[in-house]
Design a protein around this ligand. Structure first.
Ligand SMILES: Nc1ncnc2c1ncn2[C@@H]1O[C@H](COP(=O)(O)OP(=O)(O)OP(=O)(O)O)[C@@H](O)[C@H]1O
Ligand SMILES: [Mg+2]
Length: 374
């Protein structure tokens, strides 16, 4: 069991003008499943490799259970890492692959056998112990890679996109397997992905990174509901949050926002935060599921009608996506509506934005205006 604490952790690779990880501060609680999420090149693997001891740290610290491990070699950190490429030894059987790391640590043979049997049992690898990796499916190979981490019973698991080589169906089953194992073992875990479904479903908390920096840390639904800025708003959620340009108006003691030819009441924000934006442009965000085809639909608490042209209808079976052109908006909007839609391509339509779900962002900085608590 272990607490992992990163403090102002930074990495600049020799020759690069910019740091790849910049002043990353993050504490992963004992037994927590923390997901690092962000676009390609944002520094996820670099951060993980510094924690593992595979990459020298430029500045800042990595501490495990209160002990700074910057100078501790990888093999002495008691961390097991699983990569996207399973990196199994091709000439060894599954049993030998599982045992290899333990043998190298000179563990007694009886203990090795016990641990290998227990991990194989746990992961359903019993029938394959005498096979070599080439005779296994991708999912089975990834389970062996996971098994190699489990047999060590390390303090910390690090995963770097372990599922991204698997096909869609296998990804789902392996994902569930991995969540279950982590739950059962209770090992502190840091899991890197750029797949937001993995992030939403696996993490106790997620840490969203962009360009080497931490942008937001929180529980998945909290981040989804209250993204800290437009980057997170667009990154988490598929299809992403719609961002529109509007103008904030003062309306007596209240505020309203003019957007796409409609006037929407702004509720749930502190007046003091809104005041500086009065009569100025503001970025208005709305999630696709907060746009409705009828104002009387359940869940839509403050319907505000907008006129739109339907640019495309995408029936996906369980839901339909409507791509909409709205007055005065450069970008098209996406609405996520029911299994069947009354609309067709090219229609002039009236849609309903649920004004109670609006997000507001400073158009200059992209930072969210937080909703008032409660
Ligand atoms: N060995 C290296 N030498 C120089 N620059 C590197 C090195 N490794 C990574 N970088 C740079 O550091 C930045 C972060 O890379 P990193 O691999 O950590 O990103 P990532 O978030 O894991 O991306 P991906 O999702 O594509 O795996 C990138 O700009 C990358 O080009
Ligand atoms: Mg990476």
């Amino acid at each position: 069991m272990a607490v992992v604490k990163l403090e102002a952790l930074s990495k600049r690779y020799g020759g690069n003008a910019e740091a790849s990880v910049r002043s990353m501060t993050l504490t992963i609680a004992d037994g927590e499943f923390m997901v690092l999420l962000g676009p390609s090149g944002c520094g996820k693997s670099t951060a993980l490799r510094m924690i593992a001891g595979l990459e020298p740290i430029s500045s800042g610290t990595v501490a495990i259970d209160g002990r700074v491990v910057n100078a501790v070699p990888a093999k002495d950190r008691d961390i097991a890492m699983v990569f996207q490429s399973y990196a199994l030894y091709p000439h060894m059987t599954v049993r030998q692959n599982l045992a290899f790391g333990l043998k190298r640590r000179r563990m007694p043979a009886a203990e090795i056998e016990k641990r290998v049997a227990s991990a194989a049992d746990r992961l359903g690898l019993g029938p394959y112990l005498d096979r070599k990796p080439h005779a296994l499916s991708g999912g089975q190979r990834q389970r062996v890679a996971l098994g190699r981490a489990i047999v060590r019973s390390p303090k910390v698991f690090l995963f770097d996109e372990p599922l991204s080589n698997l096909d869609a169906a296998l990804r789902v089953t392996t994902r569930n397997e991995l969540i279950k194992q982590q739950h059962d073992l209770g090992t502190t875990t840091i899991y890197v992905t750029h797949d937001q479904v993995e992030a939403m479903t696996m993490g106790d908390r997620i840490c969203i990174m962009n360009r080497g920096e931490v942008v937001q840390i929180g529980r998945p639904l909290d981040v989804y509901r209250a993204p800290a800025d437009t980057f997170v708003a667009r990154f988490l959620g598929s299809p992403p949050m719609n961002l529109m340009s509007g103008v904030l108006r003062r309306n007596g003691a209240d505020h309203a926002v003019e957007v796409a030819g409609a006037v929407l009441p702004v509720t749930g924000f502190e007046a003091g935060l809104l005041a500086p934006f009065a009569d100025r442009p503001i970025t208005v965000g709305i999630r696709p599921e907060d746009i409705y085809e009828s104002g009387a639909q359940p869940g839509c608490s403050a319907p505000a009608a907008v006129s739109a042209r339907v640019a495309a209808v995408e029936p996906l079976g369980a839901e339909t996506l409507l791509v909409l052109s709205l007055a005065g908006q450069a970008e098209e909007c996406v609405a996520r509506v029911g299994r069947v839609s009354a609309h067709s391509h090219g229609d002039a339509a009236t849609l309903y934005l649920d004004a109670a779900t609006l997000h507001l962002f400073d158009p200059q900085t992209g930072r969210a205006l937080p909703r008032a608590a409660g």
